[in-house]
Design a protein around this ligand. Sequence first.
Ligand code: BGC
Length: 500
Amino acid sequence: MWLYNLIVLSAIVALGAADGDDEFANYTVTNRRFPDDFRFGVATAAHQIEGAWNLDGKGPQIWDTFFHEHPEKVDDGSNGDVATDSYHLYKEDIRCMNEVGVVFYRFSLAWSRILPDGTLNNINQAGIDYYKNIFKELKAKGIRSFVTIYHWDIPTALQEKGGWLNPEVVDWYVAYAKFCFETFGEYVDNWITINEPKQICHAGYGLGVYAPGVVSNGIGEYVCARHVLLAHAKAWRLWDEKYRPIFHTETTIVLDSDWYEPATYSESDAIAAETKRQFIFGMYANPIIHGNWPKVMIDNIAEFSKKQGFNESRLPAFSNEEIELIKGTYDNLAINHYTTYMVKSIPEPTYEVSFDADSGVATYQKDTWETAAIDWFKVVPWGMGKLLRWLKHTYGDQVFLISENGVSDRTGTLRDQHRIDYIKNYLSHLLDAIYDGGVNVKAYTLWSIIDNFEWTQGFNGKLGIYYVNQSDPSLPRIPKDSSKYYANVIKTKCLVDECV
Ligand code: BGC
């Protein structure tokens, strides 16, 4: 009997412990080459690099205001007023890109640099000229432009009217996007309407840890999400009907997703992990692909809202016309991916009014995972492969782009072997997903070309492959070892010394 018990017990332990860590315990980096048409790029965002926060007519946006009013919200007490001064040093950034040999540069336009109060009543020619100069410089260096219209920085003047919580934001955003299509259409190779709605709404209008700092967990963030999706969809339709035939470019939205791995092989943990994925990624992907929120969100939030005494679901519904409007508004699925979480089912939901409670599951990360510059940022390369396979399984044969991936440290060391390992291992799992999983991934974007202003971490989160010395007023860009590694990957299409 004891032998039987031992066998059962070992089976349970083995099953309970089996996850990506076990599956890939003896993993070796692939020596297969990237397909010929695979493209490599780098990314930044306006507030994180431009600086010149009030120069040449730029209006304030929510991050300027948030950090000026709440310096305590930034880890190192810094702010984005100067950042890496790419307003003046953009040619330096492009020189670095050229050195690395990237095919494209993903960067964002600052709404309030172009339209200082957010509306067409006030157009800032200096802002337009700034971006045109960047486009020209990129063209001169043969680098394609991948342009994000909105990377989290709504003008303060619009935030004073409610920002992403005001239904009028849909029209404000579409007017701005139309202006961008018309003004910059001829220079842009790929458009992105909006970067990471989850961070905009959950961190900005739910938890309130990001600008504009609105705390409305499980309520405001859903209103925000609805508006972001409508704004994206209307802009995409406008571009599709009016500008696609002229410029023949592609447009999409960028969604972020961590990987959510079931804590055990139990059915309940598998369901819990899938629920979490739907709350994190499906919340935005499902409307864009199928027209509506994921069913598990509609059901959970309706049930919880009722129990909590709300007259209607905290998740605002889409009308049939809205569903038709949103459905299909993408050309490819662009994903930002950095880390992984484990997911466990819980016996009874907590019924708090919050986004996390609405998913009704528990998440955690393992202490054994290497940590980057901030606690939640664990290095888990196999999460990349699992996420990509799940995306294909769930959303079918789409064209996928990795629009951000990279790792932070606090020092900006030039000898950044940990970053080389991160890039190599994450890309290796990406390649396996292409060759073994049949996932159609066409591009990879490294965040970031230079160390920059990492939002609430300030300059304590450095993700660049070029170091920027913040104590030298000329803010020189200095190559790290990882820039040479990435350059070699781009050149050879190979992650290791020799490929087959
Ligand atoms: C954002 C970037 C940010 C990066 C690294 C992404 O969520 O789009 O702006 O710097 O993550 O944390």
